[in-house]
Design a protein around this ligand. Sequence first.
Ligand code: ASP
Length: 467
Amino acid sequence: MKIDLIETPKHLGKKIDLFGWIDARRDHGKLIFFDLRDRSGKVQLVVTPENEELHKKAETLRPEWVIKASGEVKKRPQNMINEKEPCGKIEINVSKLEILSEAKTPPFDLSGDGYEIGEEMRMQYRYLDLRRARLMKNLIVRDKLILFIRNYLSNLGFVEIETPNLSKSTPEGARDYLVPSRLHPGNFYALPQSPQQYKQLLMAAGVEKYFQIARCFRDEDTRGDRQPEFTQLDLEVSFTTREEVIDLNEKLLIELVKKNYPEKIIQEIPFPRLSYKEAMEKYGIDRPDLRTDKNNPNLLSFCWIIDFPFFEITGEDKWTFTHNPFSAPMPEFMDDLLKQKNIGDIVAAQYDVVLNGFEIGGGSIRNHNPEALRAVFKIMGFSDERIEENFGHMLEAFSFGIPPHGGIAWGLDRLVTTLQNEPNIREVIAFPKTGDGRDLMMHAPSEVDPAQLAELGIEIKKSKKKK
Ligand code: ASP
């Protein structure tokens, strides 16, 4: 296997083969220096004039060409040492060069952090943008964090289970992405807004401790830092309490920061807790940024927000849930829920976790009493038929012996963004979409072949011409 360039100093005195991209070339008289780059870092290569053919070849090399270089790993002369670079004490004395791929000049500079480059351009050539060290690092750190979470939860007996992406519409507050069914014309799947119902059904199945690094889809209008598809750490536990779920997540977050970001400081442990009412009264927002020093990039301020109102009035003077229709009320409000009275005062067993002013997760203890769940939908004005049609499967599942359960989901993109001190979630997503949901690299969404539409029994009413 190829040697990671950052590992080259370990091979001092040996002749090795290296592979990578030309990063920059500097000619010093007869000596040609260039930096070879791979995902791990850079190393300096030197071509001396003795071997004329080799020297000629080296002269042709341009940035972003992909090469194989063979040569000896040598100490740099004292005056050439660069203490700041991980490979700054060595260089490769090249004895053989092989050009594996030539490259056009990239449409933008890949050497800096890239913040100054127009984002549409960066998205169109994302595979080039990802070559820059900052973005490559974000991808690698993201993987490390996910692996950490997986190992941590696995050690506690959690089982990662995949749930379907072709699913049924769920009432989670956003618009669904619909997928037409070819075999059942006129019928549609919905892409999941979250695995909420499936994870609860896994509790009905007796899984007890579930998690998933899950992709979620929400067809929302452009709103700041959102993506039509995003990633959650989704988890659910049976026979649990609000205290237990909060404690589990708090410990996981603390360990995650300590092991992966030793330079960061968590402002307060245990994380402070505020009721929704307190947060609104004190800070006017339910995701307050409690950092005492907002200029310190290594300061992390977590807090929990609890005791959310279950329902709120919508514009049409109807009740709707504030977070999740499947949440339980706090026990002292169960009676009111069942009787559908004092609706505005009912408090949900909902908790959100906030980091530096961003909501990075939310969950609840669930309502596992079918009658109480039915009451939630009744309060929202659903008829018995609609409840049966939309949620009959959940109510039925809860009638066969359902353990009390609860869980949470983290917005993984947002968490990684904050930990990496990035300005938005697109910087930690390999292939993000624009604010209006376009993939500029793949040119999606796009029109499809009329034959595909015919097969699906779909007719486009009138083509909406793009501006
Ligand atoms: N499914 C919820 C969400 O996506 C999270 C949860 O309650 O577990 O916000």
